[in-house]
Design a protein around this ligand. Structure first.
Ligand code: ADP
Length: 381
């Protein structure tokens, strides 16, 4: 169906000259007229074609009159929506008008018709038809688009699952051979301690260093692919306890950096206990790690908002340039060379996954060279 197609109008009158004068009266390049000289012929046409915008039908016709024809049209599922305008001589008005509306007419005009009025009326129905056709096309397009979208997101979900399965299996299975490589190199180092030249010792150190880094990457990858695998149901989790546990886990780094940590009163929420520890720990250890040289000051704040708990972890560290504020949540995205700040660039990707599993969002606000504040929400149901 196209919106450019001519609008079809069916003219039904037993008098050919009346049909002709109607045609002349309504002449418009956007209209296409089909003609029938009896009720039967009109019905025969309507058996084949249902896409009329309007039927103009004369009431007084021999055999099947206009009303009877309209009645039969109204009984057909496919045709009953087509508007009908009855045309009649003005002598038998009151009775017929009533009869006409009973048969489902939408309008009634007395002959001789006033050209401007009939043109205006036909134009209204033609426009109505065009608009509803347009809507129908839009609806069909929308349905097709929706179907495509559904298909795409199914494909995406499937390939995501495949990828995660792959990441899980690969990282899980790579741990063992890597452990073997690291321990044998360390064994070789011990065995030849002092008896190999300095260059060789340096190379061995590089190999062990790279091995440890690879182990960190693999563990990060494994942790990442596990982040939405955890199947335990959420429980009531006291965030004060989470905070204490994280402080205990990070105590070495806190002491070494002389970090000052401040924390609001934290709520009890419905969440995964282990993942909340992971989330707070990743963000707090980053807040300490990415310091500017001065003593790291970390502030954990909390606010209840509509439908969610809103947490924030602010620091006075190096900050993040605006163009990187979304990218840092991607896997392996790091903004500094390895020697400058330790890390593999998986922590924030894991945080994002955990937060999304808790129907929340995570984002960062920052002033470069002044500090960053990471915000995240956790759904309250
Ligand atoms: P990692 O800490 O292992 O490098 P993350 O995924 O935790 O990986 O962080 C990704 C990158 O985001 C970091 O390498 C760092 O460049 C930046 N970043 C994260 N947290 C902070 C922070 N608090 N201040 C400044 N930069 C940060």
């Amino acid at each position: 169906m196209s919106t450019e197609q001519a609008i079809k109008i069916l003219l039904v009158d037993d008098r050919k000259e009346d049909i002709l004068s109607l045609e002349v009266l309504l002449a418009n390049p956007n209209y296409k007229f089909d003609k029938a000289t009896s009720g039967r012929e009109a019905l025969r046409i309507l058996l084949r074609e249902y896409d009329y915008a309007l039927i103009l039908i004369d009431v007084q016709m021999p055999l099947l009159d206009g009303f009877e024809t309209a009645q039969l049209i109204r009984e057909s599922e496919k045709l009953k929506h087509i508007p009908i305008i009855f045309l009649t001589a003005n002598n038998d008005r009151p009775n017929n008008i009533f009869k006409g509306y009973q048969a489902g007419a939408v309008d009634f005009m007395i002959k001789p018709v006033v050209p401007e009025i009939i043109r205006a009326k036909v134009a209204v129905f033609a426009e109505l038809y065009r608009k509803s056709n347009e809507l129908l096309i839009q609806k069909q397009n929308l349905l097709v688009l929706n179907k495509e979208l559904e298909q795409r997101s199914e494909e995406l979900a499937r390939s995501n699952m495949d990828l995660e399965k792959f990441a899980y299996v690969a990282s899980h299975d790579m741990q063992e051979p890597l452990r073997t490589i690291i321990s044998y190199i360390e064994l070789i180092q011990k065995k030849f301690n002092g008896s190999i030249d300095k260059d060789m010792e340096k190379y061995m150190d590089y190999v062990v260093g790279a091995g440890y880094r690879m182990r960190e990457l693999i563990m990060g990858l494994l942790e990442y692919s596990r982040a939405d695998r955890e199947e335990k149901p959420f429980t009531e989790v006291n965030c004060e306890e989470i905070f204490k546990a994280v402080i205990a886990n990070l105590h070495r780094s806190i002491e070494e950096n002389k970090a000052v940590i401040q924390c609001d009163k934290l709520p009890v929420i419905k969440a995964s206990y282990m993942q909340m520890i992971q989330l707070f720990q990743n963000l707090m250890s980053n807040a300490i790690k990415f310091k500017k040289g001065t003593v790291p000051q970390v502030k954990i704040s909390y606010k209840k908002i509509e439908g969610h708990h809103l947490f924030s972890i602010g620091d006075n560290g190096i900050g993040i340039e605006p163009e990187y504020r979304d990218k840092i949540f991607e896997m392996f995205k790091r903004l500094h060379p390895i020697g400058e700040y330790m890390g593999v660039g998986i922590g924030l990707a894991i945080c994002k996954k955990i937060v999304e599993r808790h129907k929340g969002k995570i984002w960062v606000d920052s002033i470069p060279n002044n500090g960053s504040t990471f915000y995240f929400t956790i759904s309250d149901n």
